[in-house]
Design a protein around this ligand. Structure first.
Ligand code: PNS
Length: 165
């Protein structure tokens, strides 16, 4: 099986993302979790280095060939640079579909060697999104079942609260 890239902002990584990484690692020979640096969409809560550290910690016991890296510029160019031919994306609700479909088609328009591989999110994490996790944590809500332990701790530090539970 080819080398796959699971790219994203991961600000921060959630259990929904981890579920996709683990399932992708069972399918592909090699999975690279690629963290987008300098996200222009919004101001990131965590630096790219912090996001990479949290992902490495969260994935340390994951079987299979999984590595973590940072990238900037076009995703398809990054894929070419590291010899990956598949981009893995997780799909949650229908609302994800239009954005994902546009991105997949644009990536294929730019580089037809790179194929997008969609995986459905597990029903357990259907509603989990980094944006919501940050909002809930910032308001003192409990996100401990939605994110890896290390992320729960780092969110608590950012928002100066005691981690729950
Ligand atoms: O988890 P996200 O934030 O939805 O991930 C989006 C990501 C990082 C995959 C996308 O923004 C991306 O690939 N950015 C790199 C720049 C690029 O290639 N843009 C063209 C996409 S069609």
């Amino acid at each position: 099986m080819p080398k796959a890239v699971y790219a994203g902002s991961f600000d921060p990584i959630t259990n929904g993302h981890l579920d996709i990484v683990r399932r992708a690692a069972a399918i592909f020979d090699e999975v690279v979790v690629a963290v987008l640096q300098n996200t222009s969409k919004d101001k990131a809560l965590f630096t790219a280095a912090e996001r990479v550290d949290m992902i490495r910690e969260a994935l340390k016991d994951t079987p299979g060939s999984v590595s973590v890296d940072k990238f900037s510029g076009l995703l398809v160019d990054y894929c070419d640079r590291i010899g990956a031919t598949v981009v893995v994306r997780g799909l949650r609700a229908v609302s994800d579909f239009e954005y994902e479909f546009q991105m997949a088609l644009m990536n294929r328009h730019m580089n037809s060697r790179v194929e997008t591989f969609f995986m459905t999110a597990s029903e357990t994490y259907f509603y989990t999104a980094s944006r919501l996790v940050k909002e809930v944590a910032s308001l003192g809500g409990d996100v401990s079942t939605l994110v890896p332990r290390i992320v729960n701790i780092r969110l608590s530090e950012k928002f100066a609260r005691t981690p729950r539970p």
